[in-house]
Design a protein around this ligand. Sequence first.
Ligand code: FAD
Length: 472
Amino acid sequence: MTDEGFDVIVIGGGGAGLAAAATAAELGASVLLFESERELGGSTQLSAGLFTAAGTSVQAALGIEDTPQRFFQHYMDLNQWLLGPGLIAAFCENAGPTLEWLLGLGVEVPAKVSANAHMPGLCQAGVEDVWRGHVPRDQGYGLVQVLAKAVRDRGVEVVLNTRVQRLLTENRRVCGVVADDLEVRASAVVVASGGFAQDGELLARYYPAALRAGEDLFVVAAEGSRGDHLRFGEEVGASVAGDGWGLMLPTAYFQRLHHWQSGFPPKSRVYVDATGRRVMDEDASYAVSTGIIEAHGGFVWAIFDERARRTLPPGYAHWDADHVAAEADAGRTVRAGTLAGLAAEIGVPAGTLEATVRRWNGQLPHGRDDDFQRHRTLANKGSQENPEPIDDAPFYAARVLPAELVCTHAGLEINAGAAVLDERGEVIPGLFAAGEAGAGVLGQRYVGGGNAVANALTMGRIAGRNAATTQR
Ligand SMILES: Cc1cc2nc3c(=O)[nH]c(=O)nc-3n(C[C@H](O)[C@H](O)[C@H](O)COP(=O)(O)OP(=O)(O)OC[C@H]3O[C@@H](n4cnc5c(N)ncnc54)[C@H](O)[C@@H]3O)c2cc1C
């Protein structure tokens, strides 16, 4: 620190903040990082650490040809070109180099095929034709440990348990922050304070779709996701992007924890809407599954049978044989001796539900799903055995809806250099943002597991680089 303060202040010690701080310090900047909680990590630490990137050494080692341009095309198409192409091009071009930087710091992503976000390696992140989901060893916790070490090794000053209260400005330029009622000055400030999933009022204003889940809503994002970035943005007239968007995962109404603890629904199940017809690949990536359910009235019924309930693997909190039986005993999960009886209870045409299950029994239990191609998804997840038919009474119906709130996308609008823009679209001098706090990369459609961690670390690195070279 000089008499004038620091070169860079970073607000938030999750993925974006740690990447920004380490990068700025690498370039020789003096860096101070504030973290509101008692430990570093934020949502990044809770995540699987899955990282989407194209043209990486991990893909190359597996013989996979991919380019940032191809990633860009997929990203823009899935988001219906509602995002800024310049920003997305910068993200797609820098995600690969950011992954290589992480590998250089000590993050391990083995060059082997992974069936899911829990097995280190390369997995299918979403609905991309070329696999781009990089799963690191020790998941988000591992990423944060490596980044925290990089930050320490580069001399970043880290202050825990201190929530930044506001930004300092001078002649429209951001020149520091206030924390613990003390003013600390810097040439540049990076806002990396995560999202607002824990703040009900901000959800109502910027992501009301999350509240449609009503009492089924549960939030898995970190405690520190209080939306301070939006309050900072208001102080300086920042433009807000990503309004109305976030990631809600489809879950059974009775889940209250991320699936690692809640467990997984039985493989032998079909999702039907109010017509009684099957509407989707039940294992579809959440790049598309939430959108499909919303297009079918906001929820679907998971239909399964007694054998599926009984053979649920033990050890999980909610998708567990006893828990499902208890839900049925309480009348919240519907149970009936026949499919016609089940249909009557949930208010769908009995003949249609019977036909749906008959068609299922004739297809995927024999290895192919002509209607929804679920055999492909199951194969990509490494599933060895075909699902069973649904024919063992009693039958069950449980509501599945987007109810698990993972992250929010509304934040301070940034340009390709992670500089924050004002409402006229001009750069606010001295202010950068990244991760959930810096908006524009995370769109209406989550491009796949790994989209948000890649955004946080890639844009965090860009923010750190540009903040370090900002002159007062
Ligand atoms: C359970 C779970 C699993 C997930 N899995 C994946 C996955 O595998 N892949 C993927 O791409 N995405 C995943 N996500 C989403 C992804 O983890 C996040 O979107 C991303 O990590 C956010 O990074 P961030 O740096 O913006 O925010 P965070 O990591 O949340 O960091 C923000 C930090 O800022 C701190 N802070 C807040 N306000 C202040 C303040 N005023 N002053 C100081 N500090 C402050 C917070 O305490 C927090 O530590 C998952 C999320 C969850 C919750």
